[in-house]
Write a protein that binds this ligand. Structure first.
Ligand code: SF4
Length: 249
């Protein structure tokens, strides 16, 4: 297996990924995080939107005393309660979480593309405020960790623990891919971890303010994201072919 990585973007073969996924299929997320650190060091980063899965992974990194850099995509449209949770996590774990902003401020975006682009062309808005900044941030990295789970449905239902992220030319590692929302929440409560209070107000999944709504009883976890639209993903977790289908580039 190609486990020696000398240059950013060095690829793992499809066979390597199959082997890794079967090797770690039933592994504790901490074993996956440790393996990643052994291979990629601090060129492996954790991306989070501060949902319960991200909080749980941050907690694990702290438990392991693993200095993996942590970042979030600061679209300038996040809830105050999300920013407050970020600060609480930084204080609790004595860490700095890097904000990755888009190159365009909101006023600049409005001037170039018109006001409230998210209402008219949310794929373009996500591309400008999430996909491109992520691409830029990962350009000198070798791997990124995300908290996505198959149980979140749609494109995520086909995710693996180890994937090759073609858009960003890095390994993508999803240590909680086999976990349910209930399993993650059990850990949040068991370890008394902080979480976004909006979850208790009817928002199981939280992103940008204009594209996040409450969900009704029995609705899927991510039903409140881009409600009333066909869109279900911002694009950073979509494979290349689906990005094009979504009108993203
Ligand atoms: S989630 Fe909505 S507001 Fe945020 S970047 Fe995407 S379209 Fe724009």
């Amino acid at each position: 297996m190609a486990t020696t990585i000398s240059e950013p973007g060095t690829r793992f073969s499809a066979e390597d990924l199959v082997h890794l996924n079967s090797l770690f299929e039933n592994a504790d997320p901490r074993a996956i995080l440790q393996w990643g650190y052994k291979i990629f060091g601090c060129k492996m980063v954790l991306g989070t939107g501060f949902g319960p899965s991200g909080v749980f992974l941050i907690h694990h990194l702290a438990e392991l005393n693993q200095p993996t850099p942590i970042f979030y995509l600061d679209t300038h449209l996040l809830f105050d309660k999300t920013h407050a949770l970020k600060e609480e996590l930084e204080e609790r774990y004595d860490i700095d979480i890097t904000a990755v902003p888009p190159s365009l401020g909101l006023d600049e975006q409005s001037a170039q593309y018109g006001p409230e682009l998210w209402k008219r062309d949310p794929d373009k808005c996500c591309h400008l405020r999430k996909v491109l900044p992520l691409q830029q941030y990962l350009s000198d990295k070798k791997a990124w960790i995300s908290g996505i789970r198959r149980s979140q449905g749609d494109a995520r239902s086909r995710a693996d623990i180890f994937e090759w992220d073609k858009k960003n030319n890095v390994m993508k590692i999803n240590p909680l891919v086999h976990w349910s929302a209930e399993m993650v929440w059990d850990e949040i409560h068991k370890h008394n971890l902080p979480y976004n209070p909006l979850h208790d107000e009817g928002y199981p999944s939280i992103g940008c303010i204009p594209c996040t709504s409450k969900v009704g009883d029995g609705e899927p976890e991510r039903a409140g994201r881009w409600k009333e639209m066909e869109k279900t993903e911002c694009g950073i977790h979509l494979p290349e072919q689906q990005l094009h289908k979504n009108g993203d580039s």
